[in-house]
Design a protein. Structure first.
Length: 128
């Protein structure tokens, strides 16, 4: 408190307020810079986490690239998309599912429903 009083006497009233204003501005600036530097460590941690994520993504993409470059992947794509086969292979083309259902045997229960009744049962029903 004595220092402020001595400065007030030495510089006068107007000069004292200007000096006080400059000190307050510098203090605010210093506090803001300290906070900014403190937050910098958080930004560094976030950047490191992002870097780790990008590295893992890069390694995944590298392995996928190696798989795509392999001969087995190329053969699979040729078979699937161009409908080509190797020498000596037999191609089996099945009709659509609905056509298969019409030609496939029915289940046992369905088959029993469509069978005619046995002869003895038909004669029995005829006379009764």
């Amino acid at each position: 408190m004595r220092i402020i009083f001595k400065l007030h006497q030495k510089f006068g009233s107007f000069s004292f307020y200007i000096l006080l204003f400059v000190v307050v501005i510098l203090s605010i600036s210093l506090i803001r810079n300290i906070i900014y530097v403190g937050n910098a460590s958080n930004r560094i941690l976030e950047a490191q986490q992002k870097l780790e994520g990008l590295k893992s993504e890069q390694s995944k993409l590298q392995s996928e690239l190696q798989e795509i470059k392999s001969r087995s992947y190329l053969e699979k794509q040729i078979r699937d998309k161009l409908n080509l086969v190797d020498k000596g292979e037999i191609v089996l083309v099945l009709p659509e599912e609905e056509v298969l259902k019409r030609f496939s045997p029915r289940s046992v229960q369905e088959a029993e429903e469509f069978l005619p009744p046995p002869n003895w049962k038909a004669w029995f029903e005829l006379f009764i």
